[in-house]
Write a protein of this length. Structure first.
Length: 468
């Protein structure tokens, strides 16, 4: 419970921190009993009703003498995760008047809540910080138990101050990013993201393209590797790690996690998004085929029987048979079209619904697969629908951004095919076009993955995604 991320709502604004940080905010008079708090994904309740915080409020109330009450009027410095950029910070919360105003241009983790000197040795720089009481210590003060450092004051675990600052900095950065919202800036960054790792982009795209020439199994392997990169990108972006590569870590490469698992996840995405449409198409074909069979049976029953006289065919029987065959040959296409038309009148609405489902649900299926990396979660449409609901308009924007990328990919493929037409060869086709299209598909897929992962990140407060 100590490591859980808690959210605090003050004047309509949301801040995040661990339970130890909330306790420190209480001691700093930054968090009041009437402020609403919750663990990520839970319901809001007043901070004074949280059992783990009641003792802190109680001890604070006992120690509040009249002098302490007057001292509480002094300007306080809140935790960095409560800081907001610019002048908004001064009016964000009545009982928050920070000394340090963070801005995107400087290290926002450097605030007075992070101790710079050792609690016992003021001339020594703090290299560890207690996650409970917030005291800083030099390297020799915390008690050692193997690689674990224990606070000599409260007995809680200490962690390196650099790690504490790093996480605090990410928390502040996420607050700034959430304020900016999801929009065209993310759309522009998505196109540039794959080029940040241009070596991985070149190697990965070429490798996947070459595998696609390897027949059925080569295409399966290429799809598994591509989907692994997509899932990796979505997962990194969901946690705000845009500086991490989309390629798997080959030092920790695992065939199951990096090949087979992405392959099954890609199947799960296809099933949940496209299976309803495929079923409707199969039903349409089956209905049309039945209609053709019925028409053929009716037509056969209506044919004029050959009139025989004395055991011999009538004189005009051969002419009648020949004429019937010619008529059947000339109307076979019309019969097929008519059969499909009659069937389509019944299936038109289900086809439209399942087609829209495939188009609109496919991106969220990618999101679920990439973030959870669970096949069962991927094929569960209830999870996807709930995620879409919680993401709200951000998902709508991400969907249209992805649609633009897909259209761009399609146009690029057409242009590549036209330009490389002179290289068309008998039997093997246009190899240069296939290579170029495979390489470009790798790039466009990463752009889509960035857009979806960024949408998750920009709604991480609603989805309960914790900062790693």
């Amino acid at each position: 419970m100590q490591n859980d991320i808690w959210q605090v709502e003050v004047k309509g604004k949301i801040y995040e921190g661990e339970l130890a940080e909330l306790e420190q905010w209480i001691l700093d008079h930054a968090l009041l009993p009437e402020d609403n708090v919750r663990r990520a994904g839970r319901s809001w309740i007043p901070a004074g009703q949280v059992p783990a915080l009641q003792k802190i409020f109680a001890s604070q109330a006992k120690s509040n003498t009249s002098s302490a009450l007057s001292e509480s009027l002094i300007t306080l410095t809140p935790p960095s995760s409560f800081q907001q950029p610019g002048a908004e910070l001064n009016t964000a919360v009545d009982h928050f008047q920070p000394k340090i105003l963070p801005s995107p241009g400087r290290d926002n983790s450097q605030s007075s809540i992070i101790p710079e000197a050792c609690h016992f040795h003021s001339d020594e720089a703090a290299t560890f910080v207690c996650r409970e009481c917030g005291n800083g210590y030099c390297g020799s003060c915390p008690k050692r138990y193997g690689t674990v450092r224990i606070c000599p004051v409260c007995g809680e675990m200490c962690k390196p101050i650099a790690e504490f600052k790093g996480k605090l900095k990410k928390t502040v950065q996420r607050s700034l990013d959430l304020q900016q919202g999801y929009g065209f800036k993310d759309f522009g960054q998505a196109w540039a993201y794959p080029f940040k790792f241009w070596q991985s982009l070149c190697i990965g795209a070429l490798f996947v393209a070459l595998l696609s020439f390897g027949g059925f199994f080569g295409n399966l392997l290429a799809n598994a590797i591509l989907f692994g990169c997509i899932a990796q990108t979505i997962n990194h972006m969901a946690h705000g790690d845009s500086d991490k590569s989309f390629m798997p870590d080959f030092d920790d490469f695992n065939v199951w996690d990096d090949v087979f698992k992405p392959f099954f996840l890609s199947i799960g995405v296809s099933l949940v998004a496209f299976l309803p449409l495929i079923i409707m198409i199969i039903a349409l074909v089956w209905s049309a085929a039945n209609s053709l069979v019925n028409q053929a049976a009716i037509s056969g029953n209506q044919q004029t029987a050959v009139v025989t006289q004395g055991g011999y065919p009538a004189p005009d029987a051969r002419a009648q048979t020949t004429t019937g065959v010619e008529k059947n040959n000339s109307t076979v296409v019309n019969s097929v079209v008519e059969a499909f038309y009659k069937s389509a009148t019944f299936f038109i609405l289900p086809l439209i619904i399942t087609g829209l489902w495939a188009l609109f649900y496919w991106p969220i299926a990618l999101v679920i697969a990439g973030y959870t990396k669970s096949f069962w979660a991927t094929i569960n449409p209830l999870i996807g629908i709930d995620t879409m609901h919680r993401m709200g308009w951000v998902y709508i924007a991400a969907f249209f951004f992805c649609l633009i990328v897909e259209i761009s990919s399609f146009i690029f493929s057409i242009i590549a095919g036209i330009v490389t037409t002179p290289f068309e060869m008998p039997l093997i086709g246009n190899l240069p076009a296939k290579l170029i299209i495979s390489i470009s598909s790798f790039y466009f897929s990463l752009v889509i993955a960035f857009l979806l992962g960024s949408a998750l990140y920009k709604t991480s407060d609603r989805l309960g995604i914790e900062i790693s």
